[in-house]
Design a protein around this ligand. Structure first.
Ligand code: PRP
Ligand code: ZN
Length: 303
């Protein structure tokens, strides 16, 4: 086969997501919120897109960057930790970048961290010098050690990293920490962050230039309309005209107040707040003259 074989022209977009695990359900929910629906295959590895020509491939998260690099999938929803690890591994092998994070998705927050036996007193990265560190993230750990100027032995394990110190195969570990329960159960404590991670939408470095291009930009626009709204709240209340200036000051982080006609000198007001509104904040607004406060979630928007 010739080396210059053209990429196959496809008119359906294919997205890889985790089959099981932390990101599986939020990833599907997010895509559903973007208006996608599927007919599941019997083995549930492939979901055929019904509402739009966008299909899902259900795989192990570790396989997602490779599927994008090989052009099997156009997009993937995967942890930044996995994407960066495989990108660093490619670079360390002298390969060019093949995938990139297109959007942060606001869920699946966790950190890649060094963790040591509970009885250790941690004084900083220099303490890792000369130790053996077990991890499933050898490329990211190697890169971090280099940046810190620390020489240590990286012990690559594909799973159950947290038991390595007890087995004596490593002195400490470098693993993902979400709630911290896994570490606690293994008498380890997190001491040093190597990478902060969350779920991202990943895509190829080279975007498709056939029918998939239009689908991709529509999907990204819908995704932004869902993800960027996740924390926003629409705040509605009534207030007397002479209280509005003080209330606007209390809402300095929100969009300018929109005044709607009310009754008499009582106005109906609304604004978009960038994040959740605490009870405390609502009570403060009430004391400043806001009546009938109502906080509404924003489901989606088109920018
Ligand atoms: C990570 C990590 C730990 C666990 C930590 O696995 O390897 O086992 O999560 O979570 P906790 O702090 O809430 O206890 P992950 O879910 O990424 O699965 P995978 O490594 O098999 O892909
Ligand atoms: Zn995994």
């Amino acid at each position: 086969m010739s080396a210059s074989k053209a990429a196959p022209v496809r008119d359906r977009l294919r997205i890889a997501i985790q089959k099981n695990g932390r990101l599986a359900e939020p990833a599907r929910n997010l895509l559903a919120a973007c208006g996608l629906s599927w007919r599941e295959s019997r083995d549930k590895l492939f979901c055929y897109g019904e509402s739009l020509p966008v299909d899902l491939l259900l795989v192990r998260d570790d396989d997602i960057p490779g599927l994008i690099a090989d052009g099997v999938c156009d997009l993937g929803i995967v942890g930044r930790n996995e994407l960066d690890e495989q990108d660093a591994a490619r670079r360390q092998r002298g390969l060019p970048s093949a995938f990139q994070a297109l959007r942060a998705l606001g869920f699946g927050q966790c950190s890649l961290m060094l963790a040591v036996p509970e009885e250790w007193e941690w004084q900083g990265p220099a303490q890792a010098a000369g130790t053996r560190i077990a991890t499933s993230y050898p490329a990211l750990l190697t890169q971090w050690l280099q940046q810190q100027g620390v020489q240590a032995e990286v012990v690559e394990l594909s799973g159950s990293v947290e038991i390595a110190p007890r087995l004596g195969t490593a002195d400490l570990i470098c693993d993902l920490v979400s709630s911290g329960a896994t570490l606690r159960a293994n008498q380890l404590k997190p001491v040093q962050t190597v990478l902060d991670s969350e779920a991202v939408l990943a895509g190829a470095v080279l975007a498709p230039d056939d029918a998939r291009a239009g689908l991709l930009s529509m999907l990204l626009r819908r995704l932004d309309g869902v993800v960027q709204q996740q924390d926003r709240k629409l705040l509605m209340f009534r207030a007397e005209e002479n209280r509005v200036a003080a209330l606007a000051q209390l809402l300095a982080d929100a969009e300018p107040l929109v005044r709607l006609p009310g009754e008499g000198d009582v106005l109906q007001l609304q604004t978009m707040c960038p994040g959740p509104l605490s009870w405390q904040r609502m009570e403060e607004l009430e004391r400043a003259g806001a009546q009938g406060l109502m906080v509404l979630s924003v489901e989606r928007s088109l920018a």
